[in-house]
Design a protein around this ligand. Structure first.
Ligand code: HAM
Length: 424
């Protein structure tokens, strides 16, 4: 029998339950910081991504087609260009800082594998307003709080950060094409390993440049201030980065972050701080999250340049992160009621069920009065209901409903008007 399209997933109710609980935690933490939810279309004109997203995504990964009206459209591979379009279209009305989040699905034509699919979900949280160290620290702090809200500890992951401008300012090379090539190579370094990286590097950079690249990769966070002062790297960038780390330290979050000059991020729109979250577990090697500051993208979409920073947190790697550690895996609690029907009292039972739903109680009813009571009890239990309700001829004549607590086995009778309060 045919399964779902390659690299996509069916979500059976149990998986959907996990997904909803996972997304529930994301929502709660985002909203605790004052982020509000938005939504957007699945399709966009391909031009939204051209020269604004990443070359690799536009050339190799985007699902694109011509619609019936001869327009070239794309299934969204990411949210950032859409978000920039939306925010810049209303920028005069929005109160800044704008704090928005969404949980949506995306498609990329990638080779499916561990942690990589063709359809995946991302939480996108973005902050548009002043480009201060406090803004950068807020986004990173939100991200750390999301993972700790699931019960993760500092030893479970590393938030690795750098700044887009550091590399250019340190290497000071005039050929932008060579720099882009090195950037792409750096982006692959983790995947291909250092030996292959050095070999590839020697093909695109002469010995002096290759040495400089390696010296760049060896920079420590403690070197930043000194390198900034001496002019070896951009002093303003070094100071900004140090302040971001200081703010996080004051919140007790320094154990979660690590300066890593090798972080490059393959998107054209990033202009400043860039970061990724890596699971410390060797079985979940792909990044859980990636993000950065993009101060010019909104200007490219509208009239006004508005600094922005945000991240995309993927559901595939997040789910692996959680399940490897047994987080969020507890079986869902028993809830609601299952009303068993008898032929002679069907209509009365269905009416009581209906009244209970109006009172906010989850009630599922059997639909076939001929099914044996034992089988119906079994169904109620398998469906993880907390109570079974029954009203046979005897109960009806006494004006009560029989309630069985499936957890404790306890049974008792209640008047229909007493049910809602008791079951809630
Ligand atoms: P990204 O690094 O392409 O960034 O994606 C962010 C996260 O989405 C990844 O770390 C990964 O968890 C997940 N992800 C991406 N592609 C796949 C895939 N094929 N299968 C499974 N998971 C995947 C962005 O998309 C930026 N737009 C994020 C951003 C928001 N930057 C600023 N604001």
């Amino acid at each position: 029998m045919a399964g779902p399209y390659v690299g996509t997933r069916d979500f059976f109710p149990e998986e959907m339950n996990f997904r909803n609980r996972m997304f529930g935690v994301l929502r709660t933490v985002c909203e605790s910081y004052g982020y509000v939810e938005y939504g957007a279309p699945l399709l966009e004109p391909i031009t939204l991504y051209q020269s604004k997203s990443s070359e690799e995504i536009v050339n190799d990964q985007v699902y694109r087609f011509i619609d019936r009206g001869e327009r070239e459209v794309a299934i969204r591979p990411e949210m950032t260009p859409t978000l920039a379009r939306m925010v810049s279209s209303k920028i005069m009305e929005l109160v800044r800082p704008v704090r928005w989040y969404s949980i949506a699905n995306f498609m990329r034509y990638e080779r499916p594998g561990k942690g990589r699919l063709r359809e995946f979900f991302q939480l996108n949280a973005d902050l548009m307003g002043p480009a201060t160290p406090a803004a950068d620290a807020e986004i990173l702090s939100l991200l750390i709080d999301i993972l700790t809200a699931f019960g993760a500890k500092a030893s479970d992951f590393k938030l690795r950060l750098s700044d887009r401008r550091l590399f250019d300012s340190y290497v000071k090379h005039s050929d932008k094409e060579v720099l882009r090539g090195i950037g792409r190579l750096l982006d692959k370094r983790e995947k291909i390993g250092d030996e292959a990286f050095q070999e590839e590097l020697s093909k695109i950079a002469d010995a002096a440049l290759a040495k400089k690249v390696n010296a760049f990769l060896a920079i420590n966070v403690s070197d930043l201030a000194e390198l900034g002062k001496s002019g070896a790297i951009d002093g303003g960038v070094a100071d900004h980065l140090s302040q971001v780390i200081e703010i996080l330290s004051a919140q007790g979050k320094s154990d979660f972050v690590e300066f890593d000059p090798g972080i490059i991020r393959g998107f054209d729109y990033y202009t400043g701080l860039i970061f990724e979250i890596q699971d410390s577990h060797p079985d979940n090697r792909r990044a859980i999250c990636g993000g950065g500051r993009y101060d010019r993208l909104l200007g490219q979409m509208g009239k006004q340049e508005v600094p922005a920073i945000g991240f995309g947190l993927g559901d595939v790697t997040l789910e692996q992160f959680l399940t490897i550690r047994g987080l969020l895996t507890q079986a869902p609690e028993k809830q609601g009621c299952y009303f068993i029907l008898f032929p002679e009292t069907r209509d009365s039972s269905l009416k009581i069920a209906n009244d209970l739903r109006r009172a906010g109680i989850l009630v599922e009813t059997s639909l076939d009065t001929n099914v044996k009571i034992g089988k119906q009890m079994e169904a109620a239990d398998k469906k993880n209901r907390k109570f079974v309700l029954m009203q046979g001829g005897d109960e009806l004549s006494r004006g009560v409903v029989r309630v069985k607590n499936l957890g404790s086995g306890e049974q008792f009778d209640l008047k229909p008007e007493e049910l809602a309060q008791h079951l809630a």
